[in-house]
Design a protein around this ligand. Structure first.
Ligand code: UDP
Ligand code: MG
Length: 312
């Protein structure tokens, strides 16, 4: 019998937890699946921890990880992924914005052969100030990463076991799990899911995440492509700049010699292009040494971790 692990990160969500647990049970108990529910208390300061402790004592399927302080959703998911024992792993938010009733549907998509499936909140019940920026954001992430899904940030996602055991989340990287999974060679699709307005408590994320989100996207794409060969990124840019800079300086030098010996060239001083030549040469040299530093770090990490194919 297949085991489903439901991983739920939460930060101060005490009002939702009882209803959440009973709805999960209600939706999964009639099925043939066994399940475990892993709550990750991300340093809550309300009654969340106390409530989950009670749930865990009365039901052995409820597991708890509790952080001493708030570390963010990515760290919470990461800890949950490490603990999960299921053949399938579902992540969902604790605030009842996602429907536990969707779990079956997501698993049936995995059974079609996908490695992960991401929920798509096609009709969102969030304030408009959050919906529009989010649309733009998802559009750019999809174009830049080449993954044709509409909603990267949806908390409701389903994974096969091998995906969660092979992606490492930190910082705010939970938004890029589809990208990280794709970089490891896993397939990702999406499924439309219901979304509800927040019933209790308040959102833990504001508009700021949009801006920092783009920086994180750059990191993810950069690391995915150049983690093992930083010199290919910095070195190439550096070489181009250096060649251009030295070319300009060489040309100016030839003219200087012509002027000095034959009076047919030009002096260098007071020519703006001279400074451009110097600038490009210095920046080019800097880029190359950054590439070398990158190689130094990478070579001491020996970190590629290819996913080894298993026979299913
Ligand atoms: N969350 C968390 N740690 C944090 C912030 C949020 O574990 O530092 C949890 C939160 O309790 C919820 C989920 O991540 O279960 C999604 O957060 P939220 O609902 O605030 O985000 P939104 O739905 O507004 O995007
Ligand atoms: Mg929410």
């Amino acid at each position: 019998m297949s085991l489903i692990s439901i991983v739920i990160p939460l930060f101060n969500e005490d009002e939702s937890l009882t209803e959440l647990l009973s709805r999960i049970k209600h939706s999964l108990e009639p099925t043939s699946y066994q399940f475990e529910i892993i709550f990750i208390d991300d340093g809550s300061t309300d009654k969340s921890l106390e409530l989950i402790r009670q749930m865990a004592t009365s039901d052995a399927r409820v597991k708890l990880i509790s952080f001493q302080r708030n570390h963010g959703k990515a760290a919470a998911l990461n800890a949950g992924f490490k603990m999960a024992r299921g053949d399938y792993v579902i992540t969902m938010d604790a605030d009842l914005q996602d429907d536990p009733e969707e779990i079956h549907g997501l698993i049936s998509v995995l059974d079609e052969g996908w490695d992960m499936v991401s929920g798509w909140k096609q009709v969102r019940h969030d304030p408009i100030g959050k919906r529009w920026p989010s649309k733009l954001y998802n559009f750019t992430v999809s174009k830049l990463s080449g993954i044709p899904i509409h909603d990267f940030n949806c908390g409701l996602k389903a994974y096969t076991r091998k995906v969660v055991k092979n992606v490492e989340l930190y910082g705010e990287m939970h938004r890029y799990i589809p990208v990280l999974a794709q970089q490891k060679g896993f397939s990702c699709t999406e499924k439309v899911v219901q979304h509800h307005a927040r019933k209790y408590g308040e959102s833990k994320y504001g508009i700021r995440r949009l801006f920092t989100g783009y920086l994180d996207l750059f990191t993810v794409l950069f690391l995915g492509r150049y983690m093992r060969k930083p010199m290919h990124f910095f070195g190439l840019a550096g070489m181009l700049l250096l060649v251009l800079g030295l070319g300009i300086l060489g040309f100016l030098s030839v003219q200087w010699f012509q002027q000095y010996f034959f009076g047919t060239g030009q002096w260098i001083n007071n020519r703006p292009i001279f400074f451009i030549g110097i600038l490009l040469s210095i920046i080019g040299g800097q880029f190359i040494s950054m590439g070398l530093l990158g190689e130094l770090i990478t070579s001491s990490l020996h970190k590629e971790n290819p996913v080894i194919r298993e026979d299913d």
